[in-house]
Write a protein that binds this ligand. Sequence first.
Ligand code: MRU
Length: 367
Amino acid sequence: MLVQSKPYRTIWPHADNREVVQIIDQRLLPHEFIIVDLHTVADFAMAIKDMYVRGAGLIGATAGFGMYAAALHSRDDHFDRDMQGFANTLVATRPTAKNLVWAVERQLMALKDIPSSAAKREKAFEVACEIADEDARFCKQIGGHGVEIIREISRRKNGAPVNILTHCNAGWLAFVDYGSATAPIYEAQAQGIDVHVWVDETRPWLQGARLTTWELKEQGVPHTLIADNTGGHLMQHGMVDLVLVGTDRTTYCGDVANKIGTYLKALAAFDNNVPFYVALPSSTFDWQICDGVDGIPIEERSGAEVTMVSGLSDSGLATVAISPEHTQAANYSFDVTPARLVTGLITERGITKADRESILALYPEKR
Ligand code: MRU
């Protein structure tokens, strides 16, 4: 997507040296646009864990390139053992996004039967690029399917702006390009459908306030930033036509893990008859787990992300305390919205109900 009118992806091999991979440091957005070089598996692991990169699709793509770095640094005589060690390092970085383990396993499977280390390294690069390209393509396809929902609402409103509420950042910064929840919005804009987006700030990391607003501004999509607790009020007053969010892991029975606070938006949407859609590429499905509340691992991050806030001050970027010193803080990073609250899932293959039979009908090979 565009940054000051120039197209970017969120991750790409360096133009002069493909052994170096470049990313946008999302910790500094929207105030600074800095590109960072990744060389070693430790660099990739740090970038994922410390959230230089974040969002399910981009975590997966970064892990895909991380496994290429792993192949470059695995010794010829201990190749498979070294690769497995590097794979474990990457998988341990963040527990909730399914795309992470999915990408690592895809690399290990692809390299398994290749005889020489040189050929394995070549293949690892190919697969990393494939994962990134596929992520971008699937998000584009999600846009093509999801726009039909927005068009139908616009038709019912005689062309008045469709008000969409989104939580966190499931935009292009959370993927390689386009985004999942934002792809239908960008497609609607391209087709001349009027949209307006309510952006939840998304405490504590503020993905909405910092990233989704920046993305929408760069693309020229009308939007309004709201405090996290505002959505229910807006829905009661008919000011939200559609809730559209992403997901970090969705079970094959339709339970959806997404950024903390999503469940409360789903409850409010259900109570007010507002459609609640979740957009995801198939790499985010967990084909092993049915009950998401019970089965999906929920990341707990440092309490300091809750007690401190970072932003731009007159003298540059600053971090300040917002609670008394030594306040104990809990930081559950995700919650699970049960399938019964989800109107539908928008995937690269089309839109489906959030239940086992419908999901498996769309992905029959997973039966
Ligand atoms: O902690 P993050 O920023 O990696 O969380 C991911 C998210 O941005 C959201 O949960 C998002 O809605 C789903 S990721 C496509």
